[in-house]
Design a protein around this ligand. Structure first.
Ligand code: NDP
Length: 511
């Protein structure tokens, strides 16, 4: 097809109180497949961020008082519109992120719409109910779940519309309003989503969009009228955002990065081991927070694993992003491309890891139709890595697998290798995800019980359905998104004690 190379978009406005707001100050968003500008984007300043927060404040009394079942109906209309426009939205995400259409059209919009549908249905079926408790015959208390107010959503660039929906869905369902700031690298989805909400009947001011870089996010985070910050991004930025929010005693949800272990046990089928490790490293060109980049492979399987991995890597198909057979795109931006290449260079020159595949050269199989100006990178595998290497310690966020052999074979008793293996797997300050591949399901549960991570997978990698709460341990985050638990962080508890005895109990009665 190739038409994405000419594609440009209208100048992107902010979206405040149900209206577009164009500003003179702009920045550009770039198509990472060809390094060409996609659109000029209005850059918010302090006064427009303040205006967006005020719009949320004005909308809050009425939206929070709207019966949950009515809010649910409105949000379900938005779900319908998202699904009807799946391909249009997926194409925008492909242009903005560089992810193949085969992926954005089957994952990004759908997994976002699923979460909106889940929360719309949850609030319509009692998800916001409190509890009541009889203390004695004439006294009882009840609890209610009150919305927080105007909340900030700050997103990363790897799953733009999915992140926007994972934040706004529970936020709006619970009766809050939101000011959302997408990553400056991937702003295009935000206007579409805002206008879909408006079309569905979400009142003006309930969902607002401001564009810009970290300073806009920082202003939003420290704004005194923001009640909560839901953030997705790097651990280092998350630390800054959480400290700024703590000063104002704001609630936070932090979805941060990781360096997750992917453990292949000695009895695993070779095909499953390789397929699992590839999904854990090369999906979305490795730009997935839950990637299992530290692949622990038993020494007995190392050679066949590597041979089969190299064979299966022939099925990684970079190419025209709108071609349905393309399953590998460029990295999202120039700074990110430079960062990932810096890690690969470090792995070769300083860590001196064995380069099994990929490296710094151009992709040999890149079709001529693909622009050489795009941020393409070779899927890369380092083997015989050690835990001390930089490439096995830091999140690279690109298609870079590190293989860490461990001493075991199918005849080894788990007691002989598991304690050391689990200690290595957990030896990271982050704890977002972890996974194990094995035919021994009892052993799988034993392993998972010992893994220090908020999300664990057994014999699969990456699926994150709307019903399943997800969030990181250790430096990988605070709180969870999705599932029933995900709603709790968008409400505050109110306990009301009722005395019906007719006389107020007092210690100040006359003696
Ligand atoms: P960043 O931390 O660089 O940025 C995230 C967002 O925060 C962006 O919108 C950014 O603005 C904004 N921002 C930057 N500085 C500040 C600040 N001081 N105050 C408030 N906001 C600020 O992350 P990336 O965009 O690079 O995303 C990649 C990271 O996200 C990876 O580490 C990945 O693991 C993590 N991630 C975690 C997920 C999870 O669910 N756990 C899911 C997806 C990604 P701008 O970029 O526009 O300057």
């Amino acid at each position: 097809m190739g038409f994405q190379h000419q594609m440009t978009y209208e100048k992107q406005p902010l979206y405040i109180a149900g209206q577009r707001h164009q500003l003179h100050s702009t920045f550009q968003t770039i198509n990472p497949a060809n390094n060409q500008p996609l659109a000029d984007v209005s850059r918010a300043d302090r006064s427009t961020v303040n205006a967006a927060v005020q719009a949320g404040q004005r909308a809050f009394p009425s939206w929070s008082a709207t019966p949950a079942i009515e809010r649910s109906r409105i949000l379900l209309r938005a779900v319908k519109l998202l699904r009807e426009r799946n391909d249009e939205l997926a194409q925008i995400e492909t242009h903005d992120t560089g992810k193949p259409f085969s992926e954005t059209s089957t994952t990004d919009v759908i997994t976002g719409a699923d979460v909106l549908e889940f929360y719309a249905n949850l609030i319509a079926s009692g998800g916001l109910e409190g509890e009541s408790h009889q203390l004695r015959p004439d006294a009882w208390f009840y609890t209610t779940k009150a919305p927080l107010g105007v909340c900030a959503g700050i997103g990363a660039w790897n799953y733009p519309i999915q992140i926007a929906l994972w934040k706004s869905a529970p936020c709006l369902a619970a009766g809050n309003c939101m000011v959302y700031k997408p990553s400056e690298f991937t702003p295009l989805h935000a206007l579409k989503l805002a206008e879909i909400y408006t079309e569905a009947g979400v009142p003006p001011g309930v969902f607002n969009v401001v564009h810009g870089a970290g300073d806009v996010g920082a202003h939003l985070t420290s704004h005194p009228s923001i009640a909560k910050v839901s953030f997705t991004g790097q651990v280092s930025t998350g630390g800054k955002v959480a400290s700024a929010a703590a000063a104002g005693m704001k609630a936070v949800t932090m979805e941060l990065g990781g360096k997750s272990p992917c453990i292949i046990l000695p009895d695993t089928d070779l095909e499953n081991a390789v397929d699992g490790a590839m999904m854990a490293n090369f999906f979305s060109t490795g730009q997935v927070c839950t990637n299992g980049t530290r692949v622990f492979v038993p020494e007995s399987m190392l050679q066949p694993f590597q041979t089969r991995l190299l064979e299966k890597m022939q099925d990684i198909r970079p190419g025209d992003l709108m071609d349905p057979s393309t399953n590998f795109g460029p990295l999202v931006s120039k700074p990110h491309w430079e960062k990932v290449r810096g890690y690969i260079r470090h792995g070769i020159e300083t860590d001196k890891a064995t380069l099994l595949a990929g490296g710094l050269g151009p992709i040999p199989s890149l079709p001529a139709s693909c622009s050489k100006e795009g941020y393409w990178i070779r899927p890369t595998v380092f083997t015989n890595c050690t835990d001390a290497m930089l490439i096995t310690r830091e999140e690279i966020f690109g298609p870079v697998m590190t293989i860490l052999p461990y001493s075991a074979s199918p005849s080894s008793s788990p007691e002989s290798y598991l304690p050391a293996l689990l200690a290595r797997a957990n030896n990271t300050p982050t704890g977002l995800a972890a996974g194990v591949f094995t035919n021994n399901i009892n052993l799988a549960h034993r392993v998972v019980a010992c893994l220090q991570a908020g999300i664990t997978w057994i014999n699969t990698w990456g699926e994150s359905p709307a019903e399943m709460p997800v969030g990181g341990w250790k430096l990988s985050g605070l709180g969870v998104e999705n599932g029933r638990k995900g709603l709790e962080s968008w409400v505050q508890n109110k306990s009301s004690l009722v005395e019906m005895g007719g006389a107020v109990g007092t210690v100040f009665a006359k003696l």
